[in-house]
Design a protein around this ligand. Sequence first.
Ligand code: CA
Ligand code: CA
Length: 205
Amino acid sequence: MPRSASSLLALGLLPFALTACGSAEEPTLDDGAVGEAEQAVCTPNMSVTFGTADNFAGGPDPLPYAPTAMPEFVNYLAANSIPVSQLKTLDDATSNRHTVATLRHGLRSCFTQTPFCTLTLCAYSRALPTTPQNDTITVHDTDFGTYSFPIIASTAVAPALTPTWNPGQTAFLCMPLPITAVGDMLQFRMQNESMVDFIRINLNC
Ligand SMILES: [Ca+2]
Ligand SMILES: [Ca+2]
């Protein structure tokens, strides 16, 4: 085995290297429905969905690390004055909590056509009492083994993603992501008086 492959194997990354996009043997995107897809089949227009599109029915939706996010990110938030007691997962109607989710999108090997591809993150969301008007969606990048969580996008829900955001409103909120800054995973955080039914990442080339 070449040294490079051996090194990758030691890091646990070789399966990714050997299952580059385009392989007909790869599983379908159904695996991404719960956010655990490790490698996607690359097509010009594709999406990965995290959580269940069940109109906020609860359950809660299956997500890795629910009801919070990956432990390193939870620790990062705690160090930035957002304790775990203020976190929640999808379909949770509790006000004054941050919805968090770790998104293992599996799309990284599909980014080779950048800058011709665009990446968009959408969250089907509902505004909760009492002051959702000032809520924001923040997206952090994460690479395997490097847990520094730089913010790559942060947007006020209103008016950037929807003209208004008042209690009871529901909308599919979509924001562009800087594709060249996106690595292996993303961390989603929406604060703090909104709930999220599911999250979808769209790649268009
Ligand atoms: Ca708020
Ligand atoms: Ca849901």
